[in-house]
Design a protein around this ligand. Structure first.
Ligand SMILES: [Zn+2]
Ligand SMILES: [Zn+2]
Length: 137
């Protein structure tokens, strides 16, 4: 139900892999995440939004969070909130403001990594390049 990417540093050979999509025990993860949001673990804004929109849904699929500034890539959850339908049946979505732990810049939520995408190697600072793709369920 998801895909993964292998990455390898072109300087030191360090390898890493990222899995994205909906994982094992997805429904349980989803419920636990909603509980955490209600408890305020994802910040006051998300807690408030969910309290004001009890019908809202939150995207708990795994993704990659990428900082364009310092080339940091992290595993994360999308956490986009879909508010309840309005009169026209349109769903308003609010993207979660993921902040880079290094530079505090807003991170991009990536559901795909382009073939020329890269991030900074945690070992040597070189470029981690995308390698083969993996399937998972
Ligand atoms: Zn390296
Ligand atoms: Zn950053």
């Amino acid at each position: 139900m998801g895909i993964g990417y292998n990455f390898r540093c072109e300087s030191c050979g360090h390898t890493d892999r990222f899995f994205i999509g909906i994982g094992f025990a997805a429904e349980q993860v989803h419920q636990e995440t909603l509980e955490k949001i209600r408890a305020g673990e994802y910040g006051a804004r998300w807690q408030e939004l969910l309290a004001q929109n009890p019908q809202a849904d939150v995207d708990t699929s795994y993704c990659m969070l990428y900082c364009d500034d310092c080339h940091l890539l992290e595993r994360g959850m999308d956490l986009t909130m879909r508010l309840s339908d309005d009169a026209e049946g349109e769903k308003e979505t609010v993207p979660y403001p993921h902040l880079c732990p290094q530079c505090r810049k807003r991170m991009e939520v990536l559901c795909h990594m382009s073939p020329d995408g890269w991030y900074r190697c945690p070992e040597c600072g070189g470029k981690m390049r995308r390698g083969s793709m993996l399937m998972w369920d």
